[in-house]
Design a protein around this ligand. Sequence first.
Ligand code: TXA
Ligand code: MG
Length: 350
Amino acid sequence: MPTRETRLLPADDAGIAEGGRVLRAGGLVAFPTETVYGLGANALDARAVEGIFRAKGRPAEDPAIVHLARAADLEQVARVVPPSARRLAEACWPGPLTLVLPKRPAVPANVTAGLDTVGVRVPAHPVAHALIVAAGVPIAAPSANLFGRPSPTSAEHVLEDLRGRIDVVLDGGPTQVGVESTIVDLSGPEPRLLRPGGVPVEAVEAVLGAALLPPPGRSATGSPQVAPGLLDTHYAPRTPLVLVVGDPDAARVALREEVAAALSEGRRVGALLLADDEGLLPAGVVLGRVGRYDAPDESAARLFQALRSLDRRGLDVLFARELADPHAGLGRALADRLRRAAARRIQAAR
Ligand code: TXA
Ligand code: MG
């Protein structure tokens, strides 16, 4: 693809004002949100949005999320805003929750991959908020990574993937949450979870007073993807990752055994390491440290950074065990991202 100069700007008033100008002129600006960095374009300009897909190498059937400065702007992009959406917006915005709603015709078809619904969220990061205000238009933004790579949680990650492909990166430092937004589809008769993320599913269900339907299965090839990462390689490091699942104590044992076996075969080995597992693995393993098993927010903030740094080390194989309870809170999002990153899964025997 044709290369262009990518400017790295500090996310101060001048940088944000320039980002707003570039967006209004149809350009591409990567910016921090509280979850991950997004790659933004004017959501009402089909040609600008086309640029996002080209820069990322993203398939046209993967819809982008539209970012608003405030919930009061919802009607600009959503045709119907049911009471459930108002309640969730009230409770969770600004924040890491995306609502899928019937879309207005003003939103170009390529934003939503031809679907008649649009994913919308109001990000909590002050730079994201200020940039949307400066642009004066809704901003379509998928995560600012090359398609299939782990999402970027710093400006360096964005440059690693997209230097020469986009106009501006606003550097607002590392992101806080570290995993993408929770996506809830409110366009059907019953609310459905499309992706676990930064807002715990339990919190959404408490506001709705009802359980969410589970994410749908894999869609037929070629049809719009209603949930991200149904492709097995989504979020994947280039180095194959082996994920050990099952009872936590059994998984610790299996992780140590698998790592030792790979080392004894002369392979160069890396591992995601929970704080709980300090000292568990043999010497010679390259470690990507995350947080404590009982504090999934710590590991969420570090997961993509750890995967990317392990991926740069020229290793043969990476190992990890589940980073938190996969059935509760942020642990669901961690389990989801790890499963999608993994080339292979091993069930630990009790
Ligand atoms: O936290 C986040 O959500 C980040 C930041 C930048 O906001 N964005 C993000 O975008 O993760 P992305 O493009 O990597 O993931 C968006 C996913 C799509 O893969 C798609 O499956 C889903 O959101 N999505 C968007 N619009 C949709 C729609 N109308 N119907 C169903 N799913 C939709
Ligand atoms: Mg993404």
